[in-house]
Design a protein around this ligand. Structure first.
Ligand code: HEC
Length: 478
């Protein structure tokens, strides 16, 4: 089924290519694919073949978008770089590709079977949320919390498909990639019902011409359908707020004493190396927001005291290894520069001085991939998969995957299984492909695996359901 669907996908897509003006595709591959993906699937730029148009979809409107760009969102203007004829051809190429794209129905057949080295499974749809879900975290075998980025809604859901909204959440700054981000449980949640949220927070300063903000961390207790005892345990002063809508991070990992969280460099690359700035870092604070006295830069004058590591571009995955206790991250890199990193106190992960990535237009950013005093990723992805949430497997149900890391890919529409032994990737396998943008993965306390996929701007939650070879039941492939 998987392969059949894949072929259908390819043929429908190449059909689009044949019936579109050939020059349109050449222009597209040369000038646009770096951001919008070689198959128009999106990346830094919008997906151009899904059902969603951010701007008007008439051919004339598309031509205008290409001519004038959407400068503040990162879409360049092409009116001087391309001729009127080329712009028209590439606009037609996009229109034809979009209309010929038969997704989602064809390869979202709910009986689709994925065959992997150890197991066969299919994806059971648990729920569809109205817009993009950024994170899911399980409370017990059946119940979970989910964050909806743009609305700022926090959902308390059950795998039977029901869910309710928890009120009392922070007001989020819904600016581009900003909004409600990660959710984590206190390790004593069963007794104290305390949760932590990461979100984009707007700083309010009447002298500013435009909105500015930064990632903030919020702590509260769930009581019935609302949050109580709310407080920001991390937020920045106006001096550090930035107008950019990009690279907020932010994943959370809580243990019995510390809370770790990531903040992306917010699109200001050099800030990642600047220890006086909070962006481009992974931070460590106590659970009440205070600064641990053994943080690596506490004694360095003018350093931002919560910094745990620096030189991080946009870490959107953070998880603790169930056995070793090591902290691992995935970093959403530039084109060709996504990384898996082992996060250790005080280290410099190199961005933007060293990277395997390049600018989205294909030009090189730096030719340095190594430097003394800067960490190498354990794994990097060329081309990029647009890494997001990660989790480690810990449970009985998928025992051959014990302690393996699950890595999500948004533009590549992937879920990967990565086996790491002694800080080395020793095995890696693609588990899910072409089902939509995989933004988060969560292993529940019962050892079940769930993924959150964005498709058509909606949050689709799936459970991996194990099959035996004849199509049912739960058996391992010997
Ligand atoms: C540097 C990255 C970049 C490049 C190169 C780029 N784009 Fe874009 N493009 C974007 C971004 C980012 C957006 C989303 C803008 C927004 O959010 O409003 C976008 C939006 C668009 C849209 C509107 C999509 C919608 O849903 O309404 C079209 C059409 C488009 N681009 C076409 C092109 C074409 C054609 C080219 C090549 C000639 C191109 N782009 C090159 C980044 C890029």
């Amino acid at each position: 089924m998987k392969y059949l669907s894949f072929i259908l996908f390819c043929s429908s897509w190449s059909g689009a290519v044949f019936s579109a003006p050939p020059n349109g595709e050449q222009v597209y591959q040369q000038y646009c694919a770096g951001c919008h993906g070689p198959q128009l699937q999106g990346g830094l730029g919008a997906n151009l073949i899904d059902d969603v148009w951010l701007h008007e979809d008439s051919e004339q409107a598309i031509i205008e978008t290409i001519r004038n760009g959407v400068i503040d969102k990162g879409m360049p203007a092409f009116k001087t770089g391309l001729t009127q004829e080329q712009i028209k051809q590439v606009a037609q190429f996009i229109k034809v590709s979009k209309s010929a794209n038969t997704t989602p129905e064809v390869f979202l057949d709910k009986n689709q079977i994925f065959t992997t080295k150890h197991y066969q499974f299919n994806l059971k749809l648990i729920n569809v949320f109205d817009s993009l879900i950024w994170a899911i975290t399980f409370i017990n075998a059946n119940e979970y919390l989910a964050t909806e980025r743009d609305t700022g809604n926090l959902y308390y859901g059950n795998i039977d498909g029901s869910y309710r909204i928890i009120t009392g959440t922070p007001k989020v700054w819904n600016n581009d990639q900003g909004g409600l981000l990660d959710v984590a449980l206190d390790i004593n949640f069963a007794n104290n019902q305390i949760i932590y949220l990461a979100y984009a927070k707007e700083n309010i300063n009447s002298t500013w011409q435009q909105a500015q903000g930064m990632t903030a961390i919020f702590k509260a207790r769930i009581e019935g359908n609302k949050l109580v005892d709310q407080q920001d345990i991390f937020s920045v002063d106006d001096t550090f707020a930035l107008p950019s809508g990009r690279h907020f991070g932010s994943r959370l990992v809580a243990d019995n004493n510390y809370l770790y969280f990531s903040i992306g460099e917010r699109g200001i690359r050099p800030d990642a190396q600047d220890l006086t700035k909070p962006n481009g870092k992974i931070h460590r604070i106590h659970l009440d927001g205070s600064i641990p006295s053994d943080n690596p830069f506490v004694n360095q004058a003018s350093a931002y005291k919560s910094i745990w590591t620096y030189g991080n571009r946009n870490p959107q995955g953070l998880a603790r290894h169930p056995n070793t206790g090591e902290l691992w991250s995935t970093e959403h890199g530039p084109k060709g520069g996504d990384e898996i990193n082992l996060i250790s106190k005080g280290l410099n992960y190199g961005w933007p001085v060293i990277t395997y990535g390049m600018n989205y237009d294909g030009t090189s950013m730096t030719n340095k991939t190594h430097m003394p005093g800067m960490e190498q990723p354990i794994r990097y992805y060329v081309p990029s998969i647009a890494t997001s949430g990660i989790d480690f497997y810990n449970g009985d149900k998928w025992s051959k995957w014990q302690n393996n890391m699950f890595v999500t890919g948004m533009s590549a529409q992937e879920l990967r299984r990565v086996k790491i032994v002694n800080k080395q990737v020793v095995e890696e396998e693609l588990l899910v492909k072409n089902f939509g943008r995989v933004r988060d993965v969560a292993v529940s306390p019962s050892g079940d695996i769930y993924i959150m996929i964005t498709r058509d701007h909606k949050g689709h939650m799936y459970k991996l359901e194990k099959l035996n070879k004849s199509g049912n039941n739960q058996q391992e492939i010997p």
